[in-house]
Design a protein around this ligand. Sequence first.
Ligand SMILES: [Fe+2]
Length: 115
Amino acid sequence: MEKGILNNVKAKIEEEFIISKGINYVDECFNYELIFQKLEDFIIKNLPAKYTYHSIDHFRDVVVQAERIAMMEKVEKSLVNDIKLAAWLHDVGFVWGQENHEETSAEYAKFFLKN
Ligand SMILES: [Fe+2]
């Protein structure tokens, strides 16, 4: 990933996720439901309306289907929330544009999970 893209991502999300700072991902108190809600709010607020397929409905559907498949496959319950978190984050890069959205999503996830 180009350095400029990474910088733009960090600059954009710094303010949005200031509220999540101090929540340690590996902390036993990590509140998945709170984080899911914050991610949903962030996507609703920032995702450009021009995306008809990659709308908030796509994110919600992927989360529901990921959980459904995880349960069907009898994935350990402690991992299901991690799978749902990955589903919320998988296309978040669209907030910054379609081009390289996979890489941007991964960068955002790395930043988010470290803070
Ligand atoms: Fe997707």
